[in-house]
Design a protein around this ligand. Sequence first.
Ligand SMILES: *[C@@H]1O[C@H](CO)[C@@H](O)[C@H](O)[C@H]1NC(C)=O
Ligand SMILES: *[C@@H]1O[C@H](CO)[C@@H](O)[C@H](O)[C@H]1NC(C)=O
Ligand SMILES: *[C@@H]1O[C@H](CO)[C@@H](O)[C@H](O)[C@H]1NC(C)=O
Length: 302
Amino acid sequence: MRVVFMDTLAVCIIFRGLWNVPFIANAYLVNATVLKRYNRRQLNFDKPNLDADMAFCSNLRELDVFMYVSNRVDYGHLINPDTYDVTRTEPDMYQIFDNAIDWEERYIHKEYPENFNPEKEPKQPCPDVYWFPIVSRKFTRALIHMMESFGKWSSGKNEDDRLEGGYEAVPTRDIHMTQVGWDKHWLHFLDKYVRPLQEKVFIGYSHESPRSLMNFVVRYRPDEQPLLRPHHDSSTYTINIALNEVGIDYQGGGCRFIRYNCSVVDTKIGWILIHPGRLTHYHEGLLVTNGTRYIMVSFVDP
Ligand SMILES: *[C@@H]1O[C@H](CO)[C@@H](O)[C@H](O)[C@H]1NC(C)=O
Ligand SMILES: *[C@@H]1O[C@H](CO)[C@@H](O)[C@H](O)[C@H]1NC(C)=O
Ligand SMILES: *[C@@H]1O[C@H](CO)[C@@H](O)[C@H](O)[C@H]1NC(C)=O
């Protein structure tokens, strides 16, 4: 006869095994023969001066029913529903802190770990412009959905009251992460998933946590803003994630690095471009001739 208990106790993560224990709580797996063998009077969770879980275990001990902690089989993991907010558009996107395992499973590109394969050279479509798979299609769809349902795209004018100085020299049609309450999440994403890539290709440059004040999704389309004139970014390095597909969702577009006369036009959905910001990589957003192009941009370490 046995009662098996499962939980993610720290000890169980380190060692595989089965432990006979005097007390269990929270989650029980009970062999039905135990329930059938004893009556309600013997098998209850009522005892003077004891909490229900203590009383239950005490009764089991008296009946010689053994209790075990087991982690021999992976049954999955518990999710934390505390901060799940159904009023959000794409509530799962906001779970990067509280349900990190599920978040990563859902939103990180399946090939992301391969970026760290020492046998593989990182892709470099233009000098010092690196290219990595980073987020899943679910992520790209969710982020566009968050932005389009929020809907307050900027005017594309120089005056921008979302910025401290109230002025943007090279304005785009965009929505900032702060506007959809996703800035802390984004900074965490930068630290956890982008920083290791940056450290891999720009060796010797490292910051405890990447800082970034300008984090936004840009929308390019022919009838609104179809391109972006040449500019420098106010960043140490800039990241640019393609959120939809060239040739399918839009025609044209891409990024041209003027100093090298080098363009990245065959952008790949869910892939990130990382390039130096303010000195060597003077660049422009190429003309979108049809459809809508979305990119996610951050100016890291301004
Ligand atoms: C449940 O208990 C019965 C009786 O002790 C035993 O024969 C059976 O193997 C147990 N089942 C499991 C899944 O442990
Ligand atoms: C830049 O590249 C394009 C296409 O690769 C080429 O047609 C053009 O002549 C180049 N311009 C300069 C100034 O080298
Ligand atoms: C323009 O985009 C629409 C929808 O995205 C598509 O149906 C159409 O074929 C495209 N036109 C051209 C010329 O590519």
